[in-house]
Write a protein that binds this ligand. Structure first.
Ligand code: DGJ
Length: 716
């Protein structure tokens, strides 16, 4: 449907999902305002009354800083803008008014509403796109900019979305990271002024800050109480999130690509499309907000979100760079012995003139190392097949070590400032993916591996350096560098996916420092952290779960941490299970336990991957942390409980209330994944109503002697 231009009649547009609505309206100046985001009203006719109740008036008139849906600078708006433009004639003002709307029902669940805004003076147009996912209560929002001015226009800021929220107070939950310390969480009241969370790192965009966050309105929301907006920017590069509180009752959120060092020159007729900002609103706490994003991701964004994953044995923490055919062949046999699907060969298999025997050399030279692997990766692939398992491989194709043939032969492919000192992260530099020749090189690196191992079943794609000395040797306009890098990366991933649509790929960046929903369109999963200490992992996985479903989260059982193997395994089961242990050094019971654990995991993985997740008891304030996954039919739930206290003789004293069950169904509870020779105090003969389990709860009886407990709740 297209509504033609009309300057003065007020128009109201509703972006509606199952429980919520976003109301946009034109005012008397024909500006487009965001007048409401929240729970749906029963009577939709009442939406048009909302705007008149908003008595915001910061100065002596009511003009400046209207609640515009997308805020341009240089005219009326004097707070942080979403859009700043230098027009072809050098003028820096933009004022956008409503031009037309187009609505397209894509299918029963998805609707795209595109509202076109125009500048009155310049031939400059901005389309606001709102793609709503009805059942998931999720909206993706982005912007398309086009102009027909008499020369180039420069976009100085070009955010994907603005949202102006009203409330008495606002609280931001955001996440900061470092290597091995991903997704540390903090929650703070946003007082007056602007808080900006951003990245200027180029690659490894989440090394310092996450591009996912939650805002609570009025008070910090709990799992089940309070108003929350949860959002995430879909961009695998520099991002910027501005949170500006103004007057007494408003918070304006601006989310988009970081405009740092990024003035974008747009030719007449050329289109600029921003990345998408995905968000959800929950009137009832953070739990629903997370499940909304997780459901959306599984159904629409994450590659194979509703599909299967492979369990695996990885050699990184057991061999590091020190391996040869013989050792690897043993590991392939161990893969079979353990019962997992894939043997994943990590870093160190390549480089000849500069062998990759440590992290200082070889990156970029993707030919197998002849000393370590006499017959190459092709022979390893065959060995895996002969042993009834699959073969996967590690790559870090965006990078180069100065000690490599690639560095010697293609200095013009490397990001650096030729006149300045080179700075390295992990002894390496980043290749210039804005250059199409480099894009071909990266694509061919992957393609060549497939030529050697046609049955390749898994790729771990690593990225261990951020970008120092940002500068492309070939790009004409360095202001486009950061953007062109990401576009180059996406175009390579697009090509890989076209040729190899199904191969599972793990997104890794020296741990979990590149986790965003644009990348997860191409990757089936991600590596959350090199920190595999299961105690720390409980917290790391807990925090990722606010935004990402467990089916995307790869967890390995390793030698890190002094906890028993059962504890490690239970923690790793809350996602995609893998191993990085010396199987031949496990004692008899540990091996038996692990083999059974893989079988049990295979029987519950569908619920962990595709069920609804409930964070029942947090690890910060409780002696026992509890997380559950409930099947779609609500017939089965898996409850993971971990004892996280250091207090002597502490216990989980009171029952833990379950969530998401059917109150009218009867359930029994069985403890699973017991260590050989142990018995469970949980009475599997008793039955409970869903109502009882959700109102009174169940005590998993986790304590210092039973540090992790996995319960299976099943209907009778
Ligand atoms: C960093 C990754 O996070 C590790 O898992 C491992 O693959 C190493 N790189 C290999 O260099």
């Amino acid at each position: 449907m297209t509504i033609g231009q009309s300057n003065f009649a007020q128009k109201t547009f509703e972006i509606t999902t199952k429980n919520n609505v976003l109301v946009l309206e034109t005012d008397k100046d024909n500006s487009l305002l965001l007048s409401y985001i929240g729970k749906k009203l029963k009577n939709t006719a009442e939406y048009s009354s909302i705007q008149s109740l908003d008595k915001y008036k910061p100065g002596s008139d009511d003009l400046f800083n209207k609640r515009e849906a997308y805020i341009a600078s240089g005219s009326l708006n004097l707070l942080e803008p979403a859009l700043t433009v230098t027009h072809a004639d050098g003028n820096k003002s933009t004022e956008l008014t409503f031009s037309r709307v187009e609505e397209k029902q894509i299918d029963q669940n998805r609707k795209l509403t595109s509202i076109v805004l125009k500048d009155a003076k310049y031939n400059f147009e901005v389309s606001l796109h709102y793609l709503s996912y009805f059942n998931e209560d999720v909206i993706e929002q982005w912007v398309q900019i086009v102009h027909k001015e008499k020369g180039d226009v420069v976009l100085n800021k070009y955010a994907s979305a603005n949202l102006t929220l009203s409330g008495k107070k606002f609280f931001l939950k955001n996440h900061y990271s470092g290597w091995g310390r991903e997704m540390r969480s903090e929650e703070q009241q946003l007082l007056h002024g602007i808080k900006t969370i951003d990245s200027k790192l180029g690659t490894r965009n989440n090394l310092l800050n996450s591009s996912s966050f939650m805002i609570s309105i009025d008070q910090p929301a709990t799992e089940d109480l309070g108003e929350v907006v949860a959002g995430s920017l879909e961009w695998t590069g520099n991002f910027r999130l501005d949170f500006e509180t103004f007057d007494e009752y408003y918070l304006r959120l601006t989310a988009g690509i970081n405009n740092f060092s990024g003035n974008y020159t747009l030719k007449p007729g050329e289109e600029f499309i921003t990345p998408r900002f995905v968000y959800t609103y929950s009137a009832n706490g953070k739990g629903i907000a997370s499940r909304n994003l997780q459901n959306w991701a599984r159904n629409y964004q994450l590659l194979e979100g509703m599909g299967e994953r492979s369990t695996l044995l990885n050699n990184w923490e057991t061999t590091y760079f020190d391996f040869n055919d013989e050792k690897l062949n043993h590991l392939i046999q161990d893969t079979k012995k353990l019962g997992v699907d894939v043997f994943l060969l990590d870093d160190g298999w390549f480089g000849n003139k500069f062998p990759r025997n440590n992290a200082t050399a070889g990156l970029g030279d993707w030919q197998f190392n002849k000393q370590k692997l006499a017959n190459g990766i092709s022979a390893l692939g065959k060995e895996a097949t002969a042993n009834g398992v699959k073969f996967g491989i590690w790559l870090e194709p965006e990078m180069v070590n100065p000690k490599s043939e690639l560095y010697e032969n293609h200095p013009d492919w490397i990001i650096r400032q030729p006149e300045r000192k080179e700075y390295y992260m992990r002894n390496q530099l980043v290749l210039d993916l804005s250059n199409p020749k480099v894009q071909d090189f990266v694509f061919n690196t992957v393609d060549e591996v497939f030529k050697e191992v046609p049955d390749l079943a898994f790729i771990k794609w690593d990225c261990n350096s951020l970008i120092y000395n940002a500068n492309s040797p070939t790009l004409k306009n360095q202001d486009h560098f950061y953007l062109e890098y990401v576009k180059g990366l996406n175009s390579v991933l697009e090509r890989i996916r076209k040729k190899y649509p199904k191969i599972p790929m793990m997104l890794c960046a020296g741990g979990g420092t590149r986790v965003d929903y644009a990348a997860l369109k191409y990757f089936t999963e991600f590596w959350p952290s090199d920190n595999t200490n299961p105690f720390d992992r409980i917290f790391i996985q807990w925090e990722y779960s606010y935004y990402f479903p467990s089916v995307a989260v790869d967890n390995h059982v390793t030698d890190m941490g002094k906890q028993p193997i059962k504890f490690k395994t239970d923690v790793a089961m809350m996602g995609k299970l893998g191993y990085d242990v010396k199987v031949n050094e496990l004692d008899e019971k540990e091996l038996l336990f692990s083999q059974n654990a893989v079988k049990i995991y295979n029987s519950i993985k569908d619920i962990v991957w595709h069920g609804q997740q409930y964070r029942l008891q947090d690890p910060y304030e409780n002696k026992v942390a509890a997380i559950s996954y409930v099947s779609e039919t609500r017939d089965t739930a898996i409850i993971f409980n971990y004892y996280v206290s250091t207090l002597y003789n502490a216990k989980n004293a009171i029952p833990i209330k379950l969530k998401g069950l059917d109150p009218d169904k009867m359930y029994k509870i069985e403890e699973v994944n017991l260590y050989p020779g142990t018995t469970s105090p949980i009475d599997s003969q008793r039955s409970y109503s869903g109502d009882f389990l959700m109102t009174v709860g169940i005590n998993p009886e986790a304590d210092a002697g039973r540090t992790s407990v996995v319960l299976k709740v099943m209907t009778l």
